[in-house]
Structures are given as structure tokens and as C-alpha cells.
Design a protein around this ligand. Structure first.
Ligand code: NAD
Length: 429
């Protein structure tokens, strides 16, 4: 059986360390082999259900039309509607969107929310576009996807360079075509338009909840735990602030331009205020400057890469010194680095669990929209806590009972759940 799987995999794989799709697939293949996954299920689960490529004519402020290229990959529907963000970036490409769509399938399965996975993207440079141009591009992109998205089909959310405003435009465009307001078509909306309390902080809060569980394994308490965070956006900034408030000693934090370090801990509220006011950590007092590369290699207890992909690779993994790696970003560690970290004894809380707080509260948002009844923030946070802690414990039990590392366990657990549902539904072939 394993032979059959390797044969299919070798056929389609050209291993390249910084290709997120390859990173995802090599872990999928390993988990599938360990599960002795039926070759028919393997063949179905290793490919997306649907890939859409759309051309998006957009009237620019100059009066001319520019045609942008966009994608939506719907990876799997076995457990429910597809779910996943939309990113705007000049670097968007189909391999990245495919990998991110598949990660959403595995992530939703790890936290056991009833969604499949999807991801979308448009090749554009939003920093060079006006609000009007962004709105027109977003609405045309949404209208091209109109037959393929919807509360029961595929529910987009914000990702890199998209936000609550983008989601409000998509919701409105979809609603104009439907001739009635359909809030549940997207999540990550403004609270007044059917968004959920606690959604903005959910990914950072989820990281706090899993780190709280992970340090217990090392018999550490928050004040004894030194944390380094790469990235200070929605995930890194909010995660660092919540950890600081929970008593952790956050010793380093960065943004794309570089970071700051103080072995005695940084006042994260003040540092983030400084970043907001000056758009940089530069000149923040009482700290040393540190590069993003050096931050990853700091002597610390918990490392939270919360910026972007491919930060921990076969090149630097040997020099990583943390005890716990809690992956805030999607795909911050390449598959080639996994074994090195495992051999060093680093306890990895893999991205498909560590950053799943966002999709968990997106699920709560979708539920609230469909009920038309909205929960208090403490109710959202308590339910998020229960989901993250239960999923962390499921993962650790799975890793122990199958004698595998936590990364492999996360993929095995997710594939096991999706495979079970696919088998029960049957393959319509
Ligand atoms: P963001 O845009 O709010 O913040 C990104 C941060 O990373 C910024 O501080 C930016 O300066 C920094 N950064 C960007 N490129 C960098 C680089 N090359 N080196 C160092 N720092 C860099 O984005 P976000 O929403 O915080 O997302 C961060 C990561 O987390 C992404 O991988 C995203 O897919 C993932 N993620 C986000 C959510 C969410 O709810 N926002 C949920 C799950 C996963």
C-alpha cells in the first residue's frame, strides 16, 4: 500500500524546500503512509476538489481598465463548506494558494470544526492601489466567484492584505446578487455587520491557549517563560500582547524591518504603541535591535514565528534554541527542517493547530450569523479556549499513541478525520 502511495507521490513531486505546496505534500504523504491510507482515498484527498482562475477587469482611477488575475482553490468539502482566506499580493501564485487551501482542510479537521478548506488570492499590489480601485477589484472578483461561494458552499475570510472592509464589500456584492443580505457568506466582517466579538484577537488568543498547555509539559509557569515573537501584526502583535498580559516574559518582537530584544522582558503595550505611532520599533528605549534571522535563533523558551512562510529551514534549524515552537504563521517551518527540530527535542505546536483560533472563531461567526443571535465576547473566548485545549490534548494523545512527533500527528489526525468522513459518504465516482 505504502509503495502505491509513494509511486503516485514521486510522480508529481519535484522537491523544493521553499515551495509551500511541496512542504505540505511531503507531510501529507508521510502521514498517509503511516496511516496506510487506502490508495483510492489517497488519490482523492491529495488533490483539490476545484481550482478556479479568474480574470478581473478593474477600472483604475486613471479611467483605464486593468485586468488582474485571481484564484480560488477549494480543496475539500467532505466535512462541510470550504473555508479559507483571500490574500492580495504581487507574490500570489497557484502553488501557494493550493498549499494554503489544503492547510485549511487539515486545520479545520484538527480543531474539529465542520468545514473543508479553501483559499483565494489576487495578484496585485494593494499598497499601490486606492480604496476605490481596491473596492472595484474586490467586487468584480466576488462577482466572478458568485456561483462558487456561499454559506453552504465556500466561506471566504481575510488573509494577507485583506481585512474587515474587504469582507464587507464581498458580503455586499454577494447580497446584491442574491437580492437579500447574506452575512454568513464571509467571516471576519465588521462586528456591526454580523462579525463576531473576539474574532480579531482569536488567532493570537488561540496561540496563548496552546502555549499555556505546552509549558505545563516542561513544568514552567508564564513568569519563568521567555517568549520571542517574529511578526507584530494580527497574529504576532496580538499574541505577544496577550502573552504579556498573561505574565509571560516576552523578550523579543519584530516586524518586517527587524526587531527588538531585552532578556529581562519588553513592555509589549509600550512597544506596540511605539510601532503604531512611528511605524517602526527603531528608537524604542531600553532594548537592543535584533534582526529577524537572529530573533529566530535566540536563547528562549517559546518561539512564535508569526510573520510568514519558510522562516525555519534546513539552513537555520540546527541553531534554533527554543524548547517550544508555536507556529503562528502558516508554513513558517519547511518540511526539511522538521527532522532537525525533532532530533533536537523541540516541542512543536504545528501551525494547523497553533493558529487555528482564527478559523475556530470564524466558525462561531458563521454559526451566529445563521442563528441571527450574537454571543458575548467572554462566551466566544471560553468556547475558543475549550476547542483549543481539547484539540491540543487530542493531538498529544495521538502523537503518544502512534509514537510520532506532533507535526506528523497533526497531519495524521486531520487526514484520519477527513478520510473517515469521505469513506462514510462514499466516493461518487
Ligand atoms: P499581518 O499582515 O497582520 O502581520 C504580519 C507581520 O509580519 C507584520 O508585523 C509584518 O511586518 C511582518 N512580516 C511580514 N513579512 C515579514 C518577513 N519577511 N520577515 C519578518 N517579518 C515579516 O498578518 P497576520 O494576519 O498577522 O498573519 C501572519 C501569518 O499568520 C500569515 O502566515 C497568515 O497566513 C497566518 N495566519 C493568520 C491568521 C489571522 O487570523 N490573521 C490566522 C491563521 C494564520
Amino acid at each position: 500500500m505504502a509503495m502505491a502511495i509513494s509511486a503516485i507521490a514521486d510522480d508529481v513531486r519535484h522537491v523544493k524546500e521553499d515551495n509551500p505546496f511541496e512542504s505540505m505534500m511531503s507531510r501529507f504523504d508521510r502521514a498517509a503512509q503511516l496511516l496506510d491510507l487506502d490508495p483510492d482515498l489517497y488519490a482523492v484527498m491529495r488533490v483539490p476538489n476545484r481550482e478556479l482562475k479568474v480574470y478581473i477587469p478593474t477600472r483604475m482611477d486613471s479611467g483605464r481598465i486593468q485586468v488582474f488575475e485571481g484564484y480560488r482553490v477549494q480543496h475539500n468539502f467532505a466535512r462541510g463548506p470550504a473555508k479559507g482566506g483571500i490574500r492580495y499580493s504581487p507574490d500570489v501564485n497557484i502553488d501557494e494558494i493550493r498549499a494554503l487551501a489544503a492547510w485549511m482542510t487539515w486545520k479545520c479537521a484538527v480543531v474539529n470544526v465542520p468545514f473543508g478548506g479553501a483559499k483565494g488570492g489576487v495578484i496585485c499590489d494593494p499598497t499601490q492601489m486606492s480604496m476605490g480601485e481596491l473596492e472595484r477589484m474586490t467586487r468584480r472578483y466576488a462577482s466572478e466567484l458568485i456561483d462558487f461561494i456561499g454559506p453552504e458552499k465556500d466561506v471566504p475570510a481575510p488573509d494577507m492584505n485583506t481585512n474587515e472592509q474587504t469582507m464587507a464589500w464581498i458580503m455586499d456584492t454577494y447580497s446584491m446578487h442574491a437580492r437579500h443580505t447574506v452575512t454568513a457568506v464571509v467571516t471576519g466582517k465588521p462586528i456591526d455587520l454580523g462579525g463576531s466579538s473576539g474574532r480579531r484577537e482569536a488567532t493570537g488568543r488561540g496561540i496563548l491557549f496552546v502555549v499555556n498547555e505546552a509549558i505545563k509539559k516542561f513544568k514552567m509557569t508564564p513568569p519563568q517563560t521567555r517568549v520571542a515573537v517574529q511578526g507584530s501584526g494580527n497574529v504576532g502583535g496580538i499574541g505577544a500582547r496577550l502573552m504579556h498580559e498573561a505574565g509571560y516574559k516576552v523578550v523579543a518582537i519584530s516586524d518586517v524591518h527587524g526587531g527588538i530584544y531585552n532578556p529581562n522582558g519588553i513592555d509589549i503595550h509600550e512597544a506596540l504603541k511605539h510601532l503604531q505611532q512611528t511605524r517602526s520599533f527603531e528608537d524604542f528605549e531600553g532594548v537592543e535591535a535584533i534582526s529577524n534571522e537572529d530573533l529566530l535563533e535566540l536563547d528562549c523558551d517559546v518561539l512564535v514565528p508569526a510573520a510568514t512562510e519558510n522562516q525555519i529551514t534546513s539552513e537555520n534549524a540546527e541553531r534554533i534554541k527554543c524548547k517550544i515552537l508555536a507556529e503562528g504563521a502558516n508554513g513558517p517551518t519547511t518540511a526539511a527542517a522538521d527532522e532537525i527540530l525533532h532530533n533536537k527535542g523541540v516541542f512543536v505546536v504545528p501551525d494547523i493547530l497553533a493558529n487555528a483560533g482564527g478559523v475556530t472563531v470564524s466558525y462561531f461567526e458563521w454559526v451566529q450569523d445563521r442563528m441571527g443571535y450574537f454571543w458575548r465576547e467572554d462566551v466566544v473566548n471560553e468556547r475558543l479556549h475549550d476547542t483549543m485545549v481539547a484539540s491540543f490534548n487530542d493531538l498529544c494523545r495521538y502523537a503518544d499513541s502512534h509514537s510520532v512527533d506532533t507535526r506528523t500527528a497533526a497531519y495524521m489526525l486531520a487526514i484520519d478525520r477527513v478520510a473517515y468522513d469521505t469513506r462514510m459518504r462514499g466516493i461518487y465516482a
